[in-house]
Design a protein around this ligand. Sequence first.
Ligand code: FAD
Length: 352
Amino acid sequence: MTVPPRLADVVVIGAGQAGLAAGYYLRRAGVDFVILDAQEAPGGAWRHAWPSLRLFSPAQYSSLPGRMMPAPASGGYPSAADTVAYLTDYEQRYQLPIIRPVTAHAVRRVGERLAVETGARAWHAKVVISTTGTWWRPYVPHYPGMRDFGGEQLHTADYRGPEPFRGKRVVVVGGGNSAAQILAELSHVAQTTWVTLRPPRLLPDEVDGRALFDLATRRHRAALAGQNADGIGDLGDIVAVAPVREARDRGALKAEPMFSAITPDEVVWADGSTAACEVIVWCTGFRPALGHLAPLRLRAPGGVISTDGTRVLAEPRLHLLGYGDWTGPASATLIGAGRTARQMVGEIIAQL
Ligand code: FAD
């Protein structure tokens, strides 16, 4: 028996922070909408982050519209668990219409509407907002020999804490905040080597994530104006949160250039030098989780989906929010998601 589709003016796919920010503005505008989320419980990707992760900005600069994130009782920067608690409270406070666990497998064009297929049933919407994040598509670059490595390889997304690596020789790959924070704690229990593609940029102690959001906005504006954005810091720069500062002062944050190959028990640089290791931790980022949009065939040559702000050029009934700067300055951060969502919902109301 075929289940008839349900109708909504707007369907949001994903209830991480970006989906909630969209929901906040949609609710305020009185739009008929629903949010579908694949998770069993609130919090998006933050539910899966390693326990010691610290946000790179203080609570008041990591907040969604309408409600400030409370400062953590323990002081300092919020943890992943603090962020989950905040997002849980947020979606309840604003009574956002979230249905979970529901995975959107495919989005297709059906006449005037877009159909969001979820397995059990489809939702037919005038506008779809995709806010599915990146955590679900970890990225690991390819290096010769990596398949034959005899030790353990894991990605940031698999990392839970330092204990399994006690006493081991560990190579940490990547020059961003995740790599620096993981390296900082691993270096207490393991013999670590840090390798980065480019020399890592560690920000001065007094610069936190808030300044980075402003820098990201300036970078975005400069790029839009066709100006050279080099020299402007970005969200990849490393914020000196307390554990990173401590590791730096201990001398544990010395980076080597990227190796060029992997053997069963070591990494090898182009000049022939080597480092023996039992573990490689790839802190090499994520890619947008956009598989559900494949039936729409939106990717231009080169793999990108072109947008004007959040609106997809090849399918104007579809908006993307939260994947990176291409859908709004810092829109993949807690504070940036709200700014971009506000503008997006304004456009959608005009569209409806
Ligand atoms: P997500 O949190 O990934 O939420 C997407 C939701 O969509 C999830 O619930 C997922 O289950 C659901 N979903 C996915 N696919 C489907 C589907 N097909 N159907 C239905 N539901 C689906 N930002 C900051 O502002 N400050 C920080 O300090 C910070 N630190 C970070 C540290 C790390 C290690 C990482 C990886 C990111 C960090 N970020 C930080 C960036 C960003 O805030 C997070 O990545 C955040 O989780 C992105 O939120 P989102 O809502 O875009 O995506």
